[in-house]
Design a protein around this ligand. Structure first.
Ligand SMILES: *Cc1c(COP(=O)(O)O)cnc(C)c1O
Length: 384
């Protein structure tokens, strides 16, 4: 088996309008290399000063008391579960419409993922959570898919009623808001990823956790660093999951632009929304004034689901990097075989997985390119 480079990193000359924008984003990479030089001269390699700066940057940005930088978004989730004491035999309620890592973190912590179907907004349906709570339930783990915060009023209500902590998978949702509150600030833990294709990103892996209570903050600080309270004192047998100092340096560099990145994504999404409105063959998401969506993905649905794959292929042929995030939900993945779910178990999840399509929406997409995408989509439905 070889390491594989996810194909989104390949600089694919076939696509004029791409999901990958990293070369443009880091055009000024030389200023980061200068900072690397300083780190090397100071031997400031693990949990160096740049990590502190990054944690403080996030605290200020999200107006939060406790932030711990870790090795990845997956670790952010897994270590949050560990902080809560989740273990073998426990259950964690979540959505089948997510990226593999959400479920991987739950399973790595030893627990069983209990899926709840989603709603029209691609997010967990809060009305269906209560039914799935059992004596073994230890947490609710909603995912703010595409940078749109879940219905937190209702999820909080259930969490209070059953005294269940919330861990938010906010990997898509930096700066997203629900009723003026940031994604990641509703639960005991808000987990974020700095993966190269997330809205705030680095040159490899990285993540961070926003934490509400001091006791969990203290535990997280220990767990990410072998459980060490000092060179000679081991409080827990923990993990090694520190945000790399070099990556923290990249994150701090990009941090200055996160508001601009977010603004551009919102602006682009609004333009696409506007254009798709006149196409009767598609279903766009309803937008709400109490939500600030940050559009990690721009998704819409094709009314006649059997046309979805041909639309994706048509756009790709026209040099537009259309994608599906994702065609196979978690309960139908080979990895979930042990839980014995079957087709039809989560109808809304399956309906959306079968009809959804994503367009590039990042900060470097030009309005001319958006027009081009919209024209091609119109042409496709004219011909089909
Ligand atoms: C990216 C992502 C993760 C995992 O983050 P990594 O930093 O890649 O480990 C978890 N959940 C969701 C929804 C994600 O998109």
């Amino acid at each position: 088996m070889k390491n594989f480079l996810p194909h989104q990193y390949k600089i694919d000359r076939r696509h004029k309008i791409k999901h990958n924008y990293l070369s443009e984003q880091f055009k000024d990479f030389k200023s980061i290399l200068k900072k690397f030089e300083k780190i090397i001269r100071n031997n400031d390699f693990t949990l160096g000063e740049e990590v502190n700066i990054f944690e403080n940057n996030i605290k200020k940005l999200l107006n939060q008391k406790y932030v711990v930088a870790v090795g990845s978004g997956t670790d952010a989730l897994m270590l949050s579960l560990k902080c809560l004491g989740v273990k073998e035999g426990d259950e964690v309620i979540t959505t089948p419409y997510t990226f593999y890592a959400t479920i991987g973190a739950i399973v790595t912590a030893g627990a069983k993922p209990i899926f709840v179907d989603i709603d029209e907004d691609y997010n967990i349906n809060p009305k269906k959570i209560e039914n799935k709570i059992s004596k073994k339930t230890k947490a609710i783990l909603p995912v703010h898919w595409s940078g749109r915060v879940c219905n937190m009023d209702q999820i909080k209500k259930v969490s209070k009623k059953y005294n269940l902590p919330i861990i938010e998978d906010s990997c898509h949702g930096i700066l997203a808001k629900y009723r003026k509150k940031f994604a990641g600030s509703f639960g005991e833990f808000g987990c974020f990823s700095l993966h190269p294709l997330k809205n705030l990103n680095v040159w490899g892996d990285g993540g961070f956790v926003v934490i509400k209570q001091k006791k969990y903050f203290k535990k997280m600080m220990l767990l990410r660093n072998h459980g060490l309270a000092g060179r000679n004192k081991n409080i827990y047998f923990g993990y090694n999951s520190r945000l790399d100092t070099l990556q923290a340096c990249v994150a701090n560099h990009l941090f200055k632009r996160i508001n601009h990145i977010t603004k551009m994504r919102i602006k682009n999404a609004q333009r696409i929304d506007e254009g798709l409105k006149s196409i009767k063959d598609v279903i766009t998401k309803k937008r709400h004034s109490h939500l600030k969506e940050v559009y990690h993905l721009y998704e819409f649905r094709v009314k006649k689901a059997n046309l979805r794959n041909s639309l994706v292929n048509f756009l790709i042929k026209n040099k537009i990097d259309a994608k599906i995030h994702y065609p196979i939900p978690m309960h139908l993945q080979p990895a979930a075989k042990q839980y014995k779910y079957k087709k039809g178990d989560f109808p809304k999840t399956e309906e959306i997985a079968n009809s959804t399509i994503s367009l590039p929406v990042h900060e470097f997409i030009k309005s001319k390119e958006i027009k081009h995408m919209l024209n091609k989509i119109k042409l496709f439905f004219y011909e089909n």
